[in-house]
Design a protein around this ligand. Sequence first.
Ligand SMILES: Cc1cc2nc3c(=O)[nH]c(=O)nc-3n(C[C@H](O)[C@H](O)[C@H](O)COP(=O)(O)O)c2cc1C
Length: 487
Amino acid sequence: MATTAASLSSDAISFLSQADAIAVDQELMGSVLGFSVDQLMELAGLSAACSLAAEYPPEAPGGLLRRVLVLAGPGNNGGDGLVAARHLHHFGYDVKVCYPKPTDKPLYNGLVKQISSLGIPLVAWHDLTAAGPLSAQADVVVDALFGFSFSGQPRPPFDDIIRALLPGASPPPIVSVDIPSGWHVEQGDSGAPPGACLQPDMLVSLTAPKMCAKYFKGAHHYLGGRFVPPAVRDRFQLILPPYPGTAMCVRIGGTAADSNKAAAAAAAQAKVADMRISYERGGLQEADFAGRDPLQLFDEWFKAAVTGKVCEEPNAISLASTNTEGRPSVRVVLLKGYDQRGFVFYTNYASRKGDDLANGHAAFSIYWEKLQRQVRVEGVVEKVPEEESTEYFHSRPRGSQIGAWVSSQSQPCRDREELEARNLELQQRFSDASQPVPKPPHWGGYLIRPTSIEFWQGRPSRLHDRIRFRRAAPSDSEAWVMERLQP
Ligand SMILES: Cc1cc2nc3c(=O)[nH]c(=O)nc-3n(C[C@H](O)[C@H](O)[C@H](O)COP(=O)(O)O)c2cc1C
C-alpha cells in the first residue's frame, strides 16, 4: 500500500513505491477499468504541459517565446514527453524535441508524426551538443527520459544527456516528468554523492507521487493525471489533493505565491560577492579569426545574438565618452546600424555625450549574456551625413520624432509635468499627420569608425578568450593586426 506523508503540504499525500506504481498502472489498464496506454500517455503529457505552463508561461520576460527542449527517452516516459511537446506547441511555446532512440511501435510512430506535422524540430543529441551548452539553446528542459519502471545504468547517449543535466553543467530549469531521470524510484538521490544526480526545478508527479518525490528539493512540485477512479484510489488507499476547477494539474506543497516569496527571501539573502557563474559556452580559436575582417565577424556575432534571442534588445550598447577634463561617463544607447564604415547610433547632439564626443573619440561594449560574449569597440567618432540622419529620423514612430523636439536631452527639468506640457504643445504643433515632422537640427547619428574591435568569450576559471583586432587609423588602407589578449 502507498505510504502517506504530510511533509509536502498541510494535507497528507500518498507516495507510491515502485511496485505500487506498476500495480496502479496495471489496474487502470485492466479489464475492469479499461484504460489504454495511449489514453494514459495523452493525459500524462497534457498534465506535464499544463504544469510547466503554470510556472513557466509561454511568453518569457521580454516578450520572447519560451524555448522548451523536450528530451524523450525510449519508454512510456518518453511518450509522455512527446505528447507534452505537442501540447506545449499548441500552448504557444517554441518547442524542440530530442528523441534519440525512437520506439518502432504504432503509438510512438504516431506521436512522432504528430509532432513532425506541427513543424516541431526533432534534433539529434550530437547536433545539440555541437551547437553549445543547453542553456544557450533552451529556456526550459523537459526531462522525459526515464520513468518509474527504469532501473540500471543509462546507455549512450542517455548517459551523456543526463551528464548535461547535472547541476555542474548549469543546465536551464529542468521539468522532470514523474521521476527525475537517474533517480532511484524510492530512494531518490539520497544514495548518490552531491552533484551526481539531476536536480530538477520542477517535478510533475503522475497519478500519485512516487516515493522519490520526498527527496525533491526544487521549487515546484505538481501532480497531474486527473483520472484516478475511486476503485484505484480505494484499493491503494491513495490520498491525493483535489484539483482546482477544471485544471489538469495541482501544485503540491505551497502556492506559486509561496514559492515566489521563498525566491524573494533567497534573493534578499543572496550575497553579491557570491554571485558568479562558470562560463562554458565555447571558446575562440585564432584560426577562426585570422585574416578575417572584424566588421564581418561582428556581423556574425550580432546575428548569432539575434537568432539566439539573447535578450530583447541585443543592440543595446554601453557607450563611453570623456569630457574635456578627461572624465569618463557611460550610458546605454541603441546601435542602429553597422557597415564597413563602422557603428551608428542616434542621439541629441546637444546632450552631455554630444558635448563629449566633440573630442572625436568614443568606445562601447556590448554583452550578450546567453552567449557569454562581449564585443568591445574603440574608435574615432563623427556625425553621420545629414541625409542619413534625416532618413532614419523619418523611419521612427511619429511620437518618437516629436519626442526629439520635446527633450533638451541631459538638461535639468523642473518636473515631469513640464515635460508632459511641452510634449502636448509639440503634439499640437505637429498634429497634421499628413505633414512630416522635420528632424531637429540638434538630433542625428554618430558613426564610430573603429580602430579596435575585441571579441571576448567567457571560459571556465576566468581564463577567458580575447581576440583583438587593432589598426593605427580607421582607414581601409590600414591593415588590422590580430592578437590574443590575456584574460
Ligand atoms: C536600452 C536603452 C536604450 C537607449 N537608447 C538610446 C539611444 O539610442 N539614444 C539616446 O540618445 N539615448 C538612449 N538611451 C538613453 C541614454 O542611456 C541616456 O540616458 C541619454 O542618452 C542621455 O545621456 P547623456 O546625458 O550622457 O548624453 C537609452 C537607454 C537605454 C537604457
